[in-house]
Design a protein around this ligand. Structure first.
Ligand code: MN
Ligand code: MN
Length: 469
């Protein structure tokens, strides 16, 4: 029997209309397997990196295993050479030198490795009614009610006056204790339940329970606190005053895991933005000698506005790039004006359970691939980089040629809220920049969810951008 001929309408629909497709319709068996293998590596990266410092350590370990060397100013580099440089242990930059000179610009993938969390205050430890607690100051935009009654780990460093920096990681190891923040029982929560979500758990009540057993044979009112201090002194050699020069963070004690009967999703703490950071890193590690120099920037402090010496506003990035340029007698500004940056950061996935804050036509859907955001920001695109039409067209071409599944994304309805990324700080350097990233469900929650297909396509997209001529 002969196939029915297409109607004129169907023909036109095919030729003229843009239709988004679920990415699974475009994946063959080999690609499904590559996706699964990639996501296994990603889950390991998540479990090893609960803070930006740990992500830097893990990144350096992976980079060195892939033949990268620590960059030193003045080092002579040729095409295919691979270098990295950490910024104060909290951000890291990596480069694979291209066959073309840096006057032709670099292809940059930039993501951030800090995630929302609860930082300890500088004078955190106290005892109240025979219980010991740590005071916290939340870092990044988080919904406080989500951080009570979940298991927490404690990660970070204590810097001593003698220059020694002591690493702390409690909860990630086999048999480690965990911590938690308590909440009211429903029986007594009548008054609290009437409050708006944003007010029900005040920031100053996010105090972490760390002990309850008093020091033996002592009558003081701080016997529990003293007992905790004694344990800390025995394990780390620190005293209470050392908290003053410490950076300790409470993070959710969740392992990255598959979600769903079909295992198509990953649940974890810190997908924002380690899912894009790992994609940019993994893609860079696979490069040989690309046409243009490829640079991966993993920044700190994005969640609080990219401020500070380790954030994207820091000159550390410019210094690294200028040093690479100096090796080729190229001016930094000549390099920047020809460069391209994929600002790889997560976007909000359309959530049918909260449909009214999204505009579905322009929202990123789970499993529809890498989400390109022409602009982020809030209200009238305030705080957005707003990539030019030409830049978006360039990305469409590069991604299509590499067979990357991608979609357009906008963070929710106009005036429903908004957010920013490092894009504008790259654009301010005179670098053409486009936002793109993985759509996330429950973004900024202690446990966020992403689709494996979108993780893998972000990796493929980053690789295509690095390899672009
Ligand atoms: Mn982010
Ligand atoms: Mn974020």
């Amino acid at each position: 029997m002969k196939d029915k001929e297409k109607s004129r309408g169907d023909q036109l629909r095919e030729e003229l209309c843009y239709a988004k497709k679920n990415g699974y319709e475009r994946m063959d068996q080999a690609e499904l397997e590559a996706m699964e293998a990639y996501c296994t590596g990603y889950k390991q990266f998540l479990d090893a990196g609960k803070t930006e410092r740990e992500c830097v350590d893990r990144t350096i370990a992976l980079a060195e295993a892939a033949g990268f060397r620590e960059y030193r100013r003045g080092m002579e580099l040729k095409a295919g050479d691979k270098v990295y440089q950490a910024n104060r242990g909290k951000a890291v930059m990596l480069a694979v030198m291209g066959r073309k000179g840096l006057e032709e610009g670099a292809n940059i993938g930039a993501a951030h490795i800090d995630s929302p969390r609860l930082d300890l205050k500088q004078n955190p430890l106290y005892e109240a009614d025979d219980l010991a607690f740590l005071k916290t100051h939340y870092y990044g935009g988080l919904r406080k009610y989500q951080w009570v009654t979940i298991p927490l780990e404690l990660h970070g460093v204590v810097a001593l006056k003698n220059g020694q920096v002591i690493r702390v990681s409690v909860g990630n190891g086999e048999g480690d204790p965990l911590f938690t923040i308590d909440d009211l029982l429903p029986h007594l929560g009548v008054e609290q339940s009437r409050k708006p979500l944003g007010e029900a758990i005040p920031a100053e009540s996010l105090n972490i329970l760390v002990g309850s057993r008093p020091l033996a044979d002592d009558e003081g009112s701080d016997r529990v606190k003293l007992s905790v201090l004694e344990l800390l002194h025995r394990k780390y050699g620190i005293v209470e005053e050392d908290f003053i020069s410490a950076e300790l963070s409470a993070v959710p004690a969740f392992r990255a895991c598959d979600i769903g009967f079909d295992r198509s999703l990953i649940g974890a703490y810190g997908h924002d933005d380690r899912v894009c950071a790992y994609a940019c890193l993994a893609a860079l590690l696979q490069l040989g000698a690309p046409e243009r120099t490829a640079v991966c920037m993993l920044a700190d402090k994005e969640e609080i506005g990219s401020e500070g010496v380790t954030g994207m506003k820091s000159a550390a990035f410019d210094t690294f790039m200028e040093d690479l340029c100096a090796g080729q007698n190229v001016s930094l500004r000549a390099c920047y004006e020809k460069s391209f940056c994929l600002s790889a950061d997560v976007t909000a996935a359309y959530d049918p359970n909260f449909a009214d804050v999204y505009e579905k036509r322009n929202s990123a859907l789970v499993n529809y691939g890498l989400g390109l955001c022409k602009y982020t920001g809030s209200r009238g695109k305030s705080g957005a980089s707003d990539a030019s039409a030409e830049v978006v067209a360039y990305a469409r071409k590069v991604l299509d040629e590499a067979d990357v599944v991608w979609q357009m994304a906008e963070l929710g309805k106009v005036d429903a809220g908004g957010g920013g990324t490092v894009a504008m700080f790259m654009a301010e350097r005179n670098i053409d920049t486009l936002d793109a990233g993985v759509p996330v469900l429950s973004m900024h929650a202690p446990f966020e969810t992403v689709g494996k297909l979108d993780c893998y396509m972000t990796f493929k997209g980053a690789k295509a951008i690095y390899e672009a001529k």
